[in-house]
Design a protein around this ligand. Structure first.
Ligand code: AMP
Length: 249
């Protein structure tokens, strides 16, 4: 079984995000970029499935600028076999990514597509669901366990107050949640080996996909600054403030 793993290049999760002065977006110039953390989990899961003999090939895909090659090299160093960059400088929305992935699924015929549950830059949590809908495939979202069987896969999902296990007919779409696994660090020898693994570049046009945005960002603002707290003398003073100032009791 071939596994397709879409990986997105995003602002590193350790970076303190700065909003552009004109409110049109966030600063990305000279900012450290990395693979979306949930996508690292997706790659790790695919690699573990291959190590367990349940998968034969792992193809990493990224839709984005030429720099997304670095993200793909990271996936290759973690254990993916080859990579495809769908190169575009356009602002790319989940629906466009899902359409690109659908086109690649048509070419590659994977048994499983494992995505991250969400990209930490746009927090959309839409791409996997849209891809499953476009393909007419089953989807197991927010996976904390993935167990392939004969022609099916059992996916344990994190839901409010517990876990749900669903069985999907293959081919299927799975999205990775935080507790699915702990991604490995790529070793230096594997980083070196990854440089020689195949990385193909295509364009959305060559796949026949229109990636023009359907949404317009009106404004991006920083969260409101929190006011400093005050220390109160006793509980009576607290009750008085809650009653008369905050008016919440
Ligand atoms: P989102 O729906 O934007 O929160 O993204 C969910 C998942 O879709 C991510 O964790 C990635 O696996 C995948 N994805 C989203 N955008 C891209 C992209 N530009 N390139 C590759 N994969 C992507």
């Amino acid at each position: 079984m071939k596994i397709l793993v879409p990986v997105k290049r995003v602002v590193d999760y350790n970076v303190k995000i700065r909003v552009k002065a004109d409110g049109s977006g966030i600063e990305t110039a000279n900012v450290k970029m990395s693979m979306n953390p949930f996508d690292e989990i997706a790659v790790e899961e695919a690699v573990r499935l291959k190590e367990a003999g349940k998968a034969t090939e792992i193809v990493a895909v990224s839709v984005g600028p030429v720099q997304a090659q670095e993200t793909l090299r990271t996936a290759l160093a973690m254990g993916a076999d080859r990579a495809i960059l769908v190169q575009t400088d356009a602002e790319i929305e989940p629906l466009a990514v899902a359409k690109v992935l659908k086109a690649l699924v048509g070419k590659e015929a994977p048994g499983l597509v494992i995505l991250g549950k969400q990209a930490i830059d746009d927090d959309c949590n839409q791409t996997g669901q849209m891809l499953a809908a476009l393909l007419g495939w089953g989807q197991g979202t927010f996976a904390s366990k993935v167990v392939p069987g004969e022609g099916s896969v059992a996916v344990t999902r994190e839901i409010d107050g517990g876990l749900e296990t669903v069985e999907l007919k293959l081919p299927a779409v799975v999205t990775a949640d935080l507790r699915l696994n702990e991604p490995r660090y790529a070793s230096l020898p594997n980083i070196m080996k990854a440089k020689k693994k195949p990385l193909e570049t295509v364009t959305p046009d060559s796949l026949g996909v229109d990636v023009a945005p359907r949404l317009t960002t009106l404004k991006v603002v920083e969260p409101a600054k929190r006011k400093a707290g005050v220390k109160l003398a006793d509980v009576a003073a607290l009750v008085d403030k809650l009653k008369n100032e905050a008016r919440v009791i």
